[in-house]
Design a protein around this ligand. Sequence first.
Ligand SMILES: C[S@@+](CC[C@H](N)C(=O)[O-])C[C@H]1O[C@@H](n2cnc3c(N)ncnc32)[C@H](O)[C@@H]1O
Length: 249
Amino acid sequence: MLRRLLRNVGQGAPAGPAEDNPLLAYARSPRCERVMIKWLHYFDVYHRHLSRLRGQAITFIEIGVFNGGSLPMWRDYFGPQAHIVGVDINPGCARYAEPGIDVVIGDQGDRGFLRELRDRYPGAAALLDDGGHTMQQQIATFEELYPSLDPAGVYLCEDLHTSYLAPFGGGYRRPGTFVEMGKSLVDRLNAAHVGDDGAGPDAFTVSTDSLHFYDSMLVIERRARAAPEQVTFGRLADFHGVPPPPPGA
Ligand SMILES: C[S@@+](CC[C@H](N)C(=O)[O-])C[C@H]1O[C@@H](n2cnc3c(N)ncnc32)[C@H](O)[C@@H]1O
């Protein structure tokens, strides 16, 4: 069965982005002049998590500017009220600033710089990390900037395949990679159920709605959360109490 499933990977329904995806439409149009490099399936993920922010006066931060190709795409996507901020270590990227688009030069591996960025753009609605992709850079950026996003904001970190690549500090299930850190966030999201083995709910638990793992990407949706509450509806029941698990389960 498993073999049949594996053989079918990549077959069946196309996994590519929908043709009506406005980001992809922009990228494929003559309006996209400067080079932008993305994995194709990212466009679906972007649109799924970011479309609710379109047409609003939000701040969107992308770490990693490169040739400046994606910044006008975000401006086109979110609309004229949005404030787009590109961040890059390369001072030459400053040339891609224009009305509505700031370009900030700095090193995302430097926590002092990240705190300055946080103070300059508090409450950003969304942050996309497409910068240097090392473990130290991705984790420092998440730790410093995630808590300062809008309480209903969204954090996206892409190119997580570097978590498996030694030159970036990665390695399969190697402690300290961004992917391993992301897995540990599952426990923090579920902290209210963990009991004495865990550290208990923390700031992440109460401010995070959901984690979404995709091929090479993690998306984290923020939302203020109360303690989970189990509720019962209806009046009639033939059975009472949840059966205990079978012995040895
Ligand atoms: C993958 S490219 C960004 C691509 C761009 N987002 C796009 O869609 O076309 C990565 C960029 O991250 C920048 N970068 C590398 N290390 C960085 C660091 N420590 N801090 C900030 N930016 C960094 C590089 O200069 C490069 O421009």
